[in-house]
Design a protein around this ligand. Sequence first.
Ligand code: SF4
Length: 659
Amino acid sequence: MSPNTRPRHLTKSRFKLALECPTKLFYTGKEDQYPDRKRDNEFLQALAEGGFQVGELAKLMFPGGIEITSRSHDEQAAQTQRLLQREDVTLFEAAIRHGQLFVRVDVLRKTGSRIELIEVKAKSFDSTSARPFRGARGGIDGGMKPYLQDVAFQRHVLGLAYPHLQCSSFLMLADKSKTCSVDGLNQRFKIGRMGGRPVVTVLPGTDAQSIGAPVLSCVNVDELVDEILREPIEAPGATGALSELAATWAEQYRTDTRIAPAIGAHCAKCEFRVDPPQAGMRSGLHECWRDAAGLTEADFAQGTVLDLWNFRGKQPLIEQRVLRLAEVPLDALGDQGGADGLSRGARQAMQVTGQWPGRPEFYLDAPLMRREMDRWVYPLHFIDFETARVAIPFFAGQRPYANIAFQFSHHVVDADGRVEHRTQFLSTTPGRKPNYDFVRALRAALGATGTVFMWSPHESSTLNAILDELGQDPAPPPDAAALGSFIRSLTTRKAGSGDVETGNRALVDLCRLAERAFFHPATKGRNSIKKVLPAVMQSSEHLKRKYSRPIYGAMSGIQSLNFVDQVWWQEVGGAVVDPYRLLPPVFTDLPREVVDALEVDDDLEIAQGGAATTAYARLQFEDIAPQERRSIEAALLRYCELDTLAMVMVYEAWKEWLR
Ligand code: SF4
């Protein structure tokens, strides 16, 4: 079917999109004109978390269910209608259509004139919580609202198409209060690929018994759905009953009519943004802001209020039509002082004015940095972890989204400045739980002395999660006490009394230090290591001199466990190439930009390390080809090594600038 003859129905995903912003309906699905930055991200995030597998697991909980497999919307709706004539039936992916509204329902159970509509999601919740979908003030929890609005839309369409049936609605979610009772549950749902889309193959012999005690729970959400259907719904530029908005949006989508943009803070996360401009591609965001407020390409090049880092006051400024970065009044930024280094407001002011004390190229609070460095003890240890959290557990005894620490990298810098990639750990053996081995290996690697660094608190929270696991383990390992005291020495955690316990060698967060003492305009105020590294490389003479030679992994150069004669400082067109771009991708069967987006795109709130989680999940399948296994493992090792090397390089540049 050609794109022009494809039915233009308002589906679940398009309704969800319109709730974010109705104008997006015009841009969606026109990839050749308006690239969509979220499309592949959402796909890979579902892959990483196990969203596709959860759907298959849910089906096993309804034996005898019939899948609607017809090809076209018309055939799917007709097949569903035929099957719903039965007195009792369970359908998977039932197709319900009314006019231009069309939904596929994950699980639909009919008994006489009663019908149960069940939406299955990999999202986690806790069924022991008294009101799991309500916030502290009693309203619908903001994080759950899109899921519940999705169910409400389905119920609305079902009610229109089958008014004689009495419908109850449910959400089926990964329940963090449930413990998996069988080993290898995740591996029973093998993800493959067909035509670029995921295909889940269920291991033969998998049935309602072999999946053990359910880790998915089904919750009746009628009360919440009624509330959504009763109360007006708000979307940018639109307010009204769900039924009215759905009818309007369906008609606008059918006729491909662009709904006038209501620009606002929500535009910061707009997926239809092409920046910088690229030949042959249109940027939905640029067109909206041009039409609504007259912004030009030159304005975008100079920066807009959308680019302002960690700024919660975008909406009022946009409503006052303060749109260009340079127009933002400094008194809108909040406190710009700060006894403990740069405050958020002070960083934002640097971004707005392009001015700061000291060097013209970047800001460095040398006294603060020196004070911090004076406390550090050599050898310096730089560590980075890769972990996986997926909806369906790999091991018995785990809950959904349990922490799996399967990889670390470890660089050491001695007092004389010598750099070494000294240790690494990677455990992907199918069926082998890596957490305790991971801590043992880390303990051996770090030895007894030296300050240990992380970039962001992920390493600390991972270790604390393993400490909790040790405490709850009904059969702890013989060295549990030693592992526990090692973790305590490295972490900061809340004690039972509510006090904060800090280990005698607690991890130092270099990201937090960068926030307090360093601002480089090329980072646009952001502080992820993948943003800070290229900016620092651009400005550091030391890094240029040292890493523009093939010394990394060379015989008499810097010891590396995964690289040989690597040149990290490379220049194209006067700009340093981002070192991460020099690595081959983890997955050769996925487009480069898709994997990159998983790793680096913090605009779109994509789970960091999603590619590593996906890689771990793939490596848990026994029958993965040895060549593919080796290639994924080698890529993981290189990426993780670069993560700790990046920290070393930032440290070296800061040292250089303090001289
Ligand atoms: S730029 Fe803003 S108004 Fe335009 S589609 Fe995106 S979110 Fe909507």
